[in-house]
Design a binder for this molecule. Structure first.
Ligand code: SAM
Length: 274
């Protein structure tokens, strides 16, 4: 106890070390958000200097998240979302996009960074159809069995499982077991929504993976076929797995003239048929 008699009063708590960057905070810094610290901004700056178009690619990823959730809620009629590695709240989060189309839609956010839960609970205080908890996506049994997941989501009905900007934090050793456990837990009519750092042979892609691994522990750039593998027997909806900017774009995009930042990530959504 400290002098105020408050047990273990300490900010930041040991689980939050603000002297080292985290994925969620560095990504928030890339997007120009406010929930980041000097170490996160330094890493975002360093990575931006080394990877042309990195900031743009972070925004492309946010934009495809919005288009993907809009498609799932508005066209596919999905009303349950499990968003893994959801990140710090930013503009147009999953629940805002989904609930704009269907106010009854339920969203569970999971992130390994406890700061996400702190900020998430603040913005969700008056929204009983959306919950956030701190968890490791690499522990599917714990995530799927968590009381918040069970309270909000009905796995006998379709759920959209989101690994958006997240698959590349799963190492090749664990990714198959982890993603297939989530696929298996879903009912027919469910969807898997993935965006990931890709390796199509451009040096910046593996360079970004290396910078990420060295500073944030995990970071893997996968070939398109290795990303597709994680959809298992789910069927990719149109236009399949593509560079994020080309996935159902709102405006016309010239696929032969992509900017460097438009060639770092790919997106795909697939349906579980049976
Ligand atoms: N999904 C959001 C988006 O696409 O804009 C955020 C993407 S951000 C690049 C990746 C997020 O995944 C971070 O918030 C990070 O904390 C989280 N993350 C990384 N590894 C994780 C894990 N094993 N379990 C849960 N979350 C994880």
């Amino acid at each position: 106890e400290d002098s105020d008699g408050w047990p273990d009063a300490q900010w930041p708590p040991p689980s939050m070390d603000f002297s080292k960057p985290t994925i969620a905070r560095a990504y928030d810094a890339l997007l120009g958000g406010k929930d980041n610290y000097a170490a996160d901004r330094a890493l975002a700056e360093f990575a931006t200097e080394n990877i042309p178009g990195l900031r743009e690619s972070a925004w492309e990823n946010r934009k495809v998240l919005v288009r993907g959730v809009r498609h799932l809620a508005a066209d596919a009629g999905v009303d349950q979302f499990l968003d893994l590695g959801s990140g710090l709240p930013t503009v147009q989060n999953t629940h805002q996009v989904a609930q704009a189309h269907n106010p009854a839609a339920r969203v569970v956010y999971v992130d390994i960074d406890p700061l996400v839960t702190v900020h998430g609970q603040a913005i969700l205080a008056d929204n009983d159809r959306t919950r956030v908890f701190t968890g490791d996506a690499r522990e599917p049994a714990e995530v799927l069995g968590h009381p918040e997941t069970r309270r909000l989501l009905d796995f006998d009905r379709p759920v959209a499982l989101m690994l958006v900007g997240m698959l590349h934090y799963l190492s090749p050793e664990v990714a198959d077991e982890v993603v297939s456990a989530y696929r298996d837990a879903l009912a027919p009519g469910s969807y898997l929504f993935v965006t990931s750092l890709v390796d199509t042979g451009l040096p910046a892609q593996q360079e970004l993976a290396r910078i990420t691994r060295e500073n944030l522990e995990e970071g893997w750039a996968r070939r398109p076929e290795d990303i597709e593998y994680h959809f298992g027997d789910f069927e990719l909806v149109e236009p399949g797995l593509t560079y994020t900017a080309l996935w159902r774009p709102d405006e016309l995009i010239d696929a032969n003239n992509l900017e460097p930042g438009e060639q770092l990530g790919m997106a795909g959504i697939a349906l579980k048929k049976k």
